[in-house]
Design a protein around this ligand. Sequence first.
Ligand SMILES: NCc1[nH]cc(CCC(=O)O)c1CC(=O)O
Length: 327
Amino acid sequence: MATVKIGTRGSKLALSQTGQITEQLKAVGGFEAEIVPVRTDGDVLTGPLSQMGGTGVFAAALRAAVLDGGVDVAVHSLKDLPTAAMPGLALAAIPVRADSRDALCSRGGVSLAELPAGASVGTGSPRRAAQLLAARPDLNIVDIRGNVDTRLGRVHGLPGNATAEVVPGKTGDLDAVVLAAAGLSRIGRLDAVTEYLEPDVMLPAPGQGALALECRTADTDLTGVLGQALAAVDDHDTRLAVTAERALLARLEAGCSAPVGALAWRKGSMLYLESVVCSLDGTRSLRLKKATDGLTTVGATLLGIDLAEELLAGGAADLADLSGSGK
Ligand SMILES: NCc1[nH]cc(CCC(=O)O)c1CC(=O)O
């Protein structure tokens, strides 16, 4: 096979995680691989993510590049991948999940409980905002976006800015930000974490911490070197967990910016799924947990659908606009 082209977004995080998984694919052997950054609308457009058409903004250009042959494999952050399948593409590998937790990165090393009254905490995620407010109703949540370094800069100032000069709306103006631990880990910035937020405080986004590798359906053929490499880096437990989380999200018809957290995990012969739907101000929430002994992707899908239906029966749609405009 000619050199396999691995498509990715061009951000530091995307390039870093794509570099790591590309090394694992190459280690399986039989082909050379080349990393090809693809510009996506999510990188080009500015403004609140919630007004840019949701999760699709990061994934659409990458998927198009696989379909038109510009690249052979797309590496996505799974939480940024729309739940709807794309005809012609296969979710060929879901590698072992990294830490699925959210992480508080605060000034002065303080925990969520220790933040000063009325502290300003940056996040662009209604899911994180609602769960932060549920734990600390006094917080001032500030809508931020940008890459991981930009967001950390809102707390610590940007690198090279030795005085950590405060520029409102730009750098050093927030008491804390909340980011995914997996993203911080992948770019080597776990040093910024001051508290890992456990699922009882903050349930992550469905798929958080996991990667998704998509290829053209024909390339999943296990007689080919690419199909074999993709199958070799797939992790069944991770696939079961994220399948349940994404089935729940799809059944709720929830968008990426809906205040919905979900986390599934296998323990012994059972697959567990826990989910929360919150009002945007964090004052009301519905949290449910369910398990199945059906350790197949079908069993995981049914678990997600069942829990979503229990949430809807419990009034989840009255807590927030699940379509996820975030407003
Ligand atoms: N929404 C952006 C995004 N997409 C994936 C990650 C990294 C974590 C992951 O792979 O789940 C991040 C950054 C963040 O949420 O802090």
